[in-house]
Design a protein. Structure first.
Length: 240
């Protein structure tokens, strides 16, 4: 179901021929653009045009690496499932609003139909033309609104079902992203704590070394003071 929805958004944004790109990207990370082009049967420029357009909507992201042998950059692409489903949900909701407005108009207004030209017009337009088609001058017939209303109602029911399913899929992807985010935060916090511990241990180590060096110097100073004192005493006695 998820693949179907993702292909739907690619078809809406680009065309039906571009939908196989979902099969190549879903569940994978950093897919080589040359591999994508080969699988799609397109040139690298055509493939990049598709990917750049999807990137503009935030549906795919990329990293690039320099080919050491050839010297040019190669792009590696990843599908953003959450953003894709989010955009699809927005589009479906916009379509739902349009259908509901059409249904409201069909229930409140009358429409007229020209059998010869296969053209339908509102009652206002038909009235302006005295209920005669401006193209073939045939008399308009009253459209069967009930049939159109039933079709619209069926489309609205299906659309609402699709919106619920897309919303469910989007929420699942959102939870996955939140878990990944929390794992990254915990990892970063653990690294910070370990770094602080390391710095603290280093400070303690340095402090111990300084203390030890001071302790080693103290006896020497004491001996020097003792000798100095004894020399002064000796000199004093000699004077006496």
């Amino acid at each position: 179901m998820q693949i179907k929805f993702l292909k739907s958004i690619v078809e809406n944004l680009i065309n039906k021929q571009a939908t196989p790109i979902i099969d190549l990207l879903i569940g994978k990370k950093h897919v080589n653009e040359f591999l994508i082009a080969k699988k799609l049967g397109l040139t690298i420029n055509q493939t990049r045009n598709i990917l750049y357009k999807l990137s503009d909507f935030g549906l795919v992201s990329f990293i690039r690496k320099k080919d050491k042998r050839k010297g040019w950059y190669i792009y590696f692409w990843t599908l953003n499932i959450f953003q894709s489903l989010n955009l699809l949900e927005q589009n479906l909701k916009e379509e739902l609003v349009k259908l509901e407005n059409q249904l409201k108009e069909r229930k409140e207004k009358r429409y007229y139909y020209c059998k010869t030209c296969s053209i339908e017009v509102s009652e206002e337009v038909a009235l302006l033309n005295n209920f005669i088609c401006s193209e073939c001058e045939q008399v308009y017939n009253l459209s069967n609104n009930q049939e159109v209303i039933e079709n619209l109602e069926r489309s609205i029911i299906k659309l609402k079902k699709d919106i619920r399913l897309v919303n469910l899929e989007r929420n699942i992807e959102g939870e996955k992203l939140e878990k990944k985010k929390n794992i990254k935060i915990k990892k970063a916090e653990t690294e910070r704590v370990n770094l602080r511990k390391k710095k603290r241990l280093e400070k303690i180590k340095i402090a111990k070394k300084l203390k030890k060096s001071k302790e080693l110097k103290k006896p020497k100073k004491a001996v020097f003071r003792k000798l100095k004192k004894s020399k002064n005493v000796k000199k004093h006695k000699e004077k006496i």
